[in-house]
Design a protein around this ligand. Sequence first.
Ligand SMILES: [Zn+2]
Ligand SMILES: [Zn+2]
Length: 306
Amino acid sequence: MLNGSDIVAPDKRTPGVVAIDPAIYPMLDKRYARRIERLKVQVLQQDEGGEYFRFLTHLVQTQQEILARTPLELADIEAIHSLLKQGDPEAAQFERSLGGIPGWQAAYTTLATQLAPMLPQKAAQALGNLSASKAQLIKAAAHLLRADYAQVDPGVAVVVWAALSTCWAQAVTFKQGEGIVQSLAHATHCPCCHAPPVASLVMGGAREGLRYLQCSLCEVRWHRVRAVCVACDASGQLDHWTLDDAKSAIQIETCGDCRSYIKTLRLDYDPELEAVADDLGSLLLDSAMETEGFMRIGINPFSFPA
Ligand SMILES: [Zn+2]
Ligand SMILES: [Zn+2]
């Protein structure tokens, strides 16, 4: 494993970049299309686990269909924004609010119905049980949104999160700029929906060299300078790791101060990469870092902790 430090000082603006957008909102259909492409690449590359990537390809295709056929109603967009503005309500209130948003529940039912035939009977049954019980479905969603992942079966969590994500992404994108509910400069969690990031992206093109974190829920990307740890803001012990060579497009940034790490995808080296699919395709790097005692910042919505 090589360690190539390529951090830049926070005051060094990247040449050619005039203004830094604090947040980039997703073009959701394009995001899904790229994710599907990259999942298909993983199906071919994985010796084992290709089946799971095939399942995920179908899951994202279903999200794409939901987006095209049943875009989120305005009432649901408003309800999601008012939920986000509540901050941290008590559990019963939070569940009532979630229950009052039919769009994500319908999205879940569509996903569960489409995906069940691809799954072993037990897993299919688990998805069906939640379609049949609105109360249980809402409870599962509430646990996930509060990062209480251990309360939900990891297989079910992927599908519930996919339903929430398709709706939250539409709601946040619909009201671009209005939805930022916390300051961006030190945000470890998404400034629009509070969810954890999937990974860190070093951008190419017009934003060459800038670092954005990508939200695991609403798909927004928010800017963070590259010379500091995204968890603790320290800059003294940042290191970059890759499995093969220092120019590898998939890297890990570790912080020796707080012992955390985040996956970094260098879109400036490989613009084809997609955060969710390519993070999942490189979990070997995560295992190596966890063996070294570093804790991951953020989640991958296709791989909830068991
Ligand atoms: Zn978000
Ligand atoms: Zn740190």
